[in-house]
Design a protein around this ligand. Structure first.
Ligand SMILES: [Zn+2]
Length: 312
């Protein structure tokens, strides 16, 4: 079984964070005696630095015992570093991507990986992606935009052009929603995270980007957020308003088949609906391991998207 949605932080990255502790405002917080330290960067989204995140052997043991035969490893969203000057971001991208490339190389086919790129400087992001793919990485994981700029903004065109020409996998991974109404009961994660994907994917769909860059393989996290469920509303808007249909060559529901989706939904009815709506060949298994909200072992159901996404 494959796992397309899983995260790891190599030792070189931890060393780099320690070396740049001050610049990053990196803090190791001892929250709970029963847990590992939490790491926070720039006072945002602290996460428990579990052993599985940082110890390669332990990660591989867990993978083997869960029956995952091949994992596509992604960097961790908390380390995208889009809020920092691009030279800092690109330095970490280079450390992270090189380290993952080395791990992949020594894994005898058990691992693939996606890069992190300097989305805060799209020209640099092009270099980051090129370097990473030259080293054998399959594409990149990126956030759903930055500073209020959605990914269809022409600012990001150089990145999309490069990703398209390389037929890269671009895994769009949400960050915690900063909506001030979602401050309690874990709502920034529970609904804020899929909401961020919903906004990003809806914008990409309506912008016409999927026709413009038809070779890039866009993978949406957590079953595409709420977008597949609300697609009827987009279709209705498409019939009603030129502002919705202007950039499109077909109905919004047909564009849903141009994305790929992981199956991290924890609900079989939701997953069945997704498969029925977008097609089984657009769904890949994922876990979000080793985050707290992970599907572990990954849900086996629906994995036909694997071939198209990985070419095997
Ligand atoms: Zn994730």
């Amino acid at each position: 079984m494959h796992d397309f949605h899983t995260h790891f932080v190599p030792e070189d990255v931890i060393t780099w964070i320690k070396d740049n502790k001050k610049t990053l405002q990196a803090k190791w917080i001892h929250k709970d005696p029963a847990k590992e330290d939490f790491l926070s960067i720039n006072d945002k989204w602290a996460f428990e630095l579990k052993y599985e995140f940082i110890h390669a052997n332990l990660y591989l043991d867990q993978m083997n015992s869960a029956g995952v035969t091949h994992a596509v490893i992604s960097p961790i969203p908390q380390l995208f570093l889009y809020d920092f000057p691009a030279e800092i971001t690109s330095e970490l991208c280079s450390v992270y991507n090189n380290s993952l490339a080395n791990w992949v190389e020594s894994s005898r086919g058990q691992l693939s990986a996606l890069a992190t790129v300097s989305l805060n400087n799209p020209t640099q992001a092009v270099h980051d992606l090129k370097d990473a793919m030259r080293q054998g990485l399959k594409g990149a994981i990126i956030g759903p935009g930055l500073n209020g700029q959605l990914l269809s903004n022409p600012h990001f065109s150089p990145f999309w052009e490069e990703a398209n020409s390389q037929e890269a996998i671009i895994f769009i991974h949400p960050l915690l929603s900063e909506d001030p109404r979602l401050k309690q009961r874990m709502m920034p994660n529970l609904i804020g995270v899929p909401w961020e994907t919903t906004i990003c994917a809806t914008d990409i769909l309506l912008s016409g980007l999927l026709d413009q860059y038809s070779k890039v393989k866009i993978l949406l996290a957590h079953g595409g957020g709420f977008l597949p469920y609300q697609i009827g509303r987009l279709n209705k808007g498409y019939e009603q308003w030129p502002l919705v249909s202007n950039n499109l060559n077909k109905q919004p529901i047909e564009y849903l088949r141009d994305f790929w989706y992981d199956n991290v939904l924890w609900n079989s009815s939701s997953l069945e609906y997704l498969a029925k709506t977008v097609g089984e060949d657009r769904i890949v298994p994922g876990s979000d391991f080793p985050f707290d909200l992970s599907a572990w072992p990954p849900e086996k159901k629906f994995s036909k998207g694997t071939t198209a996404l990985l070419g095997k």
